[in-house]
Design a protein around this ligand. Structure first.
Ligand SMILES: C[S@@+](CC[C@H](N)C(=O)[O-])C[C@H]1O[C@@H](n2cnc3c(N)ncnc32)[C@H](O)[C@@H]1O
Length: 203
């Protein structure tokens, strides 16, 4: 049927490698302060801590399985309460869709940051109401339950609506039911204004 076993780290190597590449490419001048919103057993960051110097690491999970984990149901309200803007690395390695959490995080980004998202296609490829809404599709419509629709929806969420963010660089990796994204973002206000294209210059 349409169920998917929730496997925490089926692609641990891939997840670690994605983060390694993004962090190396980002060349942050500031110390890394990591907010790991779905920390689980903390396997990903246990690997990365051995390679990168972290100035801070805050693990959160609804079912803590690692000493020091903040027990929390991660909701947009929680993201606000935890002052996520203080962190420059935010890991959203959830099951299913990361979009609501990412939108809440994105609204609070005030500095250059690396973001990691896991998008797991649930069941046969269910697309959430939130995703359908963003695409302007009424809930009542019977759209095909297909993984590629859920994946297509992703492009509506990578840059959340009404958020002034510039994506400096982005990585994507796919394995099984999951797509992994790594982004380096900066607040648009602090970024240089985009250069006019030659057509606009001539016009
Ligand atoms: C894919 S696992 C994370 C694996 C982890 N990144 C690691 O390195 O081991 C997803 C985690 O999300 C947690 N989770 C699921 N829903 C949550 C929620 N609403 N709030 C907080 N944590 C949640 C689960 O308990 C699980 O530990």
């Amino acid at each position: 049927m349409g169920s998917m076993t929730k496997t925490d780290n089926a692609n641990l190597e891939l997840k670690v490698e994605l983060r390694r590449r993004v962090l190396k490419a980002a060349r942050f001048r500031r110390p890394l302060r990591v907010l790991d919103l779905y920390a689980g057993e903390g396997k990903i960051w246990r690997h990365l801590r051995a390679e990168f110097k972290l100035a801070g690491y805050t693990p959160c999970d609804i079912r803590p399985r690692m000493a020091g984990t903040l027990k929390a149901n991660v909701t947009p309200l929680f993201v606000e309460a935890i002052a996520s803007g203080h962190y420059n690395v935010i890991d959203i390695d959830t099951y299913g869709e990361p979009w609501a959490t990412w939108a809440a995080v994105a609204h609070r980004i005030h500095q250059r940051a690396a973001i990691f998202l896991t998008h797991g296609v649930v069941g046969m490829g269910q697309t959430s109401h939130m995703a359908l809404e963003a695409m302007g599709i009424p809930h009542a419509w019977k759209i095909p339950v297909k993984p590629h629709i859920a994946r297509f929806a992703a492009r509506f969420f990578i840059v959340p609506e009404f958020v002034k963010l510039r994506i400096e660089s982005a990585w994507r990796a796919e394995a099984g039911n999951a797509t992994y994204y790594g982004l380096v973002v900066s607040p648009l206000d602090k970024a240089k204004p985009p250069a006019l294209s030659s057509a606009e210059n001539n016009g």
